[in-house]
Design a protein around this ligand. Structure first.
Ligand code: KG4
Ligand code: ZN
Length: 368
């Protein structure tokens, strides 16, 4: 079964062709093309939805064309069985580009559409490389917009169990990065700087870590980093870091913190390290507790933050050290961030086909 997957929920425009064997349930990725408007958003320190949508329009057809060509398919009338498309959650302007393109292609080529929840797409990125993941499985979706724990009993039974009460983990990385004057998105840069950071320099709070709930909360972490930065900038000398006086106060609104950076490089590395340690600690500990409680056989990570190597290694260390009975998987980096292949994979494992006139973009789509 050949599926064309289309993903346009945010700032990536992606199309992929995946070939799934219905007997063995194994999938082969024939192409996965991603165009990103990230560099434009880097300049503004965050995504401006209208800019993202306009870029989607620019890239959409060339990306589909390239995905079909790379998969050695006829671009005029490709031999595919279905078109899978992200219908939400996401930015409405961006989503509409993918959804309306999929509907038009479905109409012209007379192929069914499989609507896909973007969050399911992230989860199923894991099945592209490991089609035999043991069920039941606990999926951790950690991206710029989400931090969710989801139990998959089988491919038709996916149950949300917990999520963030405020900021998502990726959002916390990005907002704290903004406080530290790092480029957007800040997750990868914080990971790099953290390697040079002193783990004992700062100790930020781990909200909800010892509470009964499996929910997450990351907004307090952002406030703790802000307070520390303000303290440092107000001229405090901590022995090794000479901090200069500030010419502009940082505020709780990270969008306003664009112009002054008086922290020295080592302090920024130390703050990056403490930020990453707090996020990794909370995500790993809460996930492992939930995995025990729900008695799952495996844990899969997904979403942009799953590209964080320290997070992956900490999971592996904790599972090995405590001899926990969970198989553990993380997709390749290019499959952690938004891509069309994961949308085609989710469609293959849950192929609910619709006609083009039954499809609508839904920016608020979540879990049932
Ligand atoms: O899944 P994704 O590409 O888009 C959303 O659906 O949100 O995730 C993007 C998020 C950003 O917040 C980015 O800072 C974060 O993933 N991210 C990382 C790393 N790479 C990307 N966070 C921490 N460490 C990384 N290496
Ligand atoms: Zn995403």
């Amino acid at each position: 079964m050949k599926i064309l997957g289309i993903e346009t929920s945010c700032d990536e425009t992606s199309a992929a062709v995946l070939d799934g064997n219905q007997e063995t349930k194994k999938v082969t990725l024939l192409s996965n093309v991603v165009a990103s408007s990230m560099q434009l958003h880097s300049k503004t320190g965050g995504i401006i939805p209208e800019v993202a949508a306009r870029e989607q329009i620019k890239y959409m057809l060339p990306v589909v064309h390239e995905a079909l060509t790379k998969a050695s398919l006829d671009t005029k009338n490709p031999q595919i069985d279905a078109i899978a498309v992200t219908i939400g959650p996401g930015l409405i302007g961006s989503l509409l580009v993918g959804v309306e393109t999929a509907k038009t292609l479905s109409f012209v080529w007379n192929k069914p559409i499989i609507p896909v929840n973007h969050l399911f797409g992230h989860i199923y990125a894991n099945w592209i490389e490991k089609p035999t993941i043991e069920l039941p499985c606990l999926a951790v979706i950690i991206s710029g917009g989400h931090t969710d724990l989801v139990v998959i009993k089988n491919h038709n039974q996916v149950t949300w169990i917990a999520g963030t009460r405020d900021d998502a983990a990726g959002e916390a990385f990005d907002k704290i990065g903004r406080l530290l004057q790092l480029p957007y998105p800040a997750g990868p840069t914080i990971e790099k700087l953290a390697k040079e950071g002193n783990p004992k320099a700062y100790n930020f709070p781990r909200p909800l870590l010892h509470e009964k709930t499996f929910d997450f909360s990351f907004s307090g972490l952002k406030t703790a980093v802000l307070r520390e930065v303000q303290k440092l900038e107000s001229g405090t000398v901590d022995g090794k870091n000479k901090i200069f006086s500030q010419d502009e106060k940082r505020t709780a609104d990270p969008r306003k913190n664009l112009h002054s950076n008086k922290l020295n490089q080592q302090t920024i590395c130390d703050l990056a390290r403490a930020t990453q340690d707090a996020i990794v600690d909370v995500v790993v500990q809460k996930t492992l507790k939930a995995a025990e409680e729900y008695n799952v056989s495996s844990i899969v990570l997904s979403g942009g933050v799953a590209a964080n190597q320290t997070l992956k290694e900490t999971f592996e260390e904790q599972i090995a050290k405590n001899q926990l009975p969970f198989a553990f998987y993380v997709p390749a980096k290019n499959l952690c961030t938004d891509n069309g292949a994961m949308i085609a994979a989710a469609a293959f494992y849950n192929p609910q086909q619709k006609n083009w006139d039954q499809i609508t973009a839904n920016p608020e789509l979540y879990f049932d």
